[in-house]
Design a protein around this ligand. Structure first.
Ligand code: FES
Length: 56
């Protein structure tokens, strides 16, 4: 599922970024560019990060 349409970032990519070492929403944003354009995806992106961090 696409989380960020502006940058074409999926929830899977967000999870992979966390498995590969990102440990905060900010790091995911800097790595993938998610939520750096229109910002509409910020809420959902944060939620995916939070959920993923709570089960790693
Ligand atoms: Fe993510 Fe626009 S949908 S910045």
């Amino acid at each position: 599922m696409y989380v960020c349409l502006c940058h074409g970032v999926t929830d899977g990519q967000i999870r992979d970024a966390i498995y590969e070492g990102c440990c905060s929403y900010r790091e995911v944003r800097e790595t993938l560019g998610v939520a750096t354009q229109c910002g509409k995806c910020a809420c959902l992106a944060k939620q995916v990060v939070r959920e993923t961090l709570s089960d790693v």
